[in-house]
Design a binder for this molecule. Structure first.
Ligand SMILES: Cc1ncc(COP(=O)(O)O)c(C=O)c1O
Length: 398
């Protein structure tokens, strides 16, 4: 008997970055070569989670284990609202406008389940290509459709909602923006959020802003603004996804949040007990510690800045064209020779793993993404290997 399967699974194929994870695992397993591996492919840094956060986790372990609630611990909602107030200068109601999530990925994926009417005329999600694939995937699994907008270097990788034809916007119910942007590292100013919000409201679209990289930016650059700042106290139709993964080195803890329109948050609270994704309370206690402290986030920023400086100096010397790369721990560069897949393959021979831009959507073709994962010394070693490979002609210079 053929087992029932959702055809979407085959249609969407494997998760795009899974192939790179397999590749990296394969190369790591090949320890016998004695040659180090420089893995810049997956956005999962290896710096330690700060000790005070780990201590909060251990102290937070109750002898009795019970189900967590979809609404999360009130202290956690307050800690998230506290961070939003400190970081963005915006006051949000922790009880009505804040929802803790198990990381931001599941929040991004599940958001459309409470928004999309699978038989209605407005089912599309608008999102930027190249971009994080979950914007499309969540919408499709919720019975919606996908309407990616090709982003370009010339436009600073900005999704300009106002440039889209009105009939395109009329078919959509949701727009995702993501600045600081994965994979390009592009940023936007507050004015961008204001004009995007104005267009979204004119066309009665929910505007969702994925800000999981909000705290990863160069020391000499302004802190990236939030869509929440553009709302001037009126969160109608707006939701922002936040995360401790990047800010606090907690990818394994799965702690994030949705903040926004009380009605959208209420719909998620109604939806989520059906899904069962609430974060375990022991992890919520670690999250309270992390959201309540800014010093460790500043220290992490300094580490990424040191790595960024090493790579940017090399790119400048080698004449490799960098675009975006204004925040996040990603650097985005044009493939020397013009073909991202060919360049990634040539790099692999030197045991440097970079992601070809096409892994993030067709508009990422001919660009590559480096995630600043190796240590500062590891970055310097990788650069030396890279330079040598260019010098002997194993890699095109630019
Ligand atoms: C743009 C973007 N959004 C969301 C996520 C999910 O992060 P997490 O679920 O760890 O909060 C990622 C992870 O890499 C990302 O790049």
């Amino acid at each position: 008997m053929p087992l029932p399967t959702n055809p979407l699974l085959a249609e969407l194929g494997g998760y795009p970055l899974a192939a790179f994870q397999d590749l990296a695992r394969g190369l790591r397993a090949d320890a016998g070569s004695g040659r180090p591996l420089y893995d810049f492919s997956i956005g999962d840094p290896v710096e330690q989670t700060p000790p005070f956060i780990r201590a909060a986790l251990v102290a937070g372990l109750d002898p009795v284990s019970q189900y967590p609630t979809a609404a999360g611990l009130p202290e956690l909602r307050a800690a998230i609202a506290g961070w939003v107030a400190r970081r963005f200068g915006v006051a949000v109601d922790p009880d009505r406008e804040v929802l803790p999530t198990a990381g931001s990925k599941e929040a991004v994926f599940h958001l459309p389940l409470a928004l999309v009417d699978p038989s209605g005329p407005r089912r599309a999600v608008v999102w930027g290509d190249p971009g994080y694939p979950v914007y499309e995937r969540g919408q499709r699994f919720a019975g919606g459709t996908s309407d990616p907008v090709a982003l370009t270097a010339a436009d600073g990788w900005r999704l300009e909602l106002g440039d889209l034809a009105p009939d395109r916007l009329a078919k959509a119910c949701l727009v995702w923006t993501n600045y600081p942007h994965n994979p390009t590292g592009a940023t936007v100013d507050l004015d961008y959020h204001r004009r995007t919000l104005a267009t979204a409201r004119d066309h009665e679209l929910v505007l969702a802003s994925d800000e999981c990289y909000a705290d990863i930016y160069p020391d000499d650059a302004p802190a990236p603004p939030s869509l929440l700042q553009a709302c001037d106290g009126n969160l109608r139709g707006v939701v922002v996804a936040l995360s401790l993964s990047k800010r606090s080195g907690m990818t394994g803890y799965r702690c994030g949040a949705l903040v926004g329109d009380a009605e959208l948050i209420a719909a998620q609270r109604l939806l989520r007990p059906n899904v069962g994704t609430a974060s375990p309370e022991v992890l919520q206690r670690a999250a309270i510690a992390a959201w309540s402290d800014d010093e460790h986030a500043a220290q992490r920023r300094a580490v990424f800045n040191a790595k960024r400086a090493v790579l940017l100096e090399f790119f400048a010397d080698a004449g490799i064209h960098v675009s975006g790369s204004a925040a996040t721990f990603y650097l985005w560069f044009a493939a020397p020779g013009g073909d991202d897949a060919a360049y990634a393959e040539a790099l692999l021979k030197t045991r440097i793993i970079a992601s070809p831009g096409r892994a993030f959507g067709p508009a990422g073709r001919d660009w590559l993404r480096l995630a600043l994962v190796p240590s500062v010394d590891g970055c310097a070693e990788a650069v030396a290997v890279w330079r040598d490979a260019i010098a002997v002609g194993a890699l095109p210079g630019h």
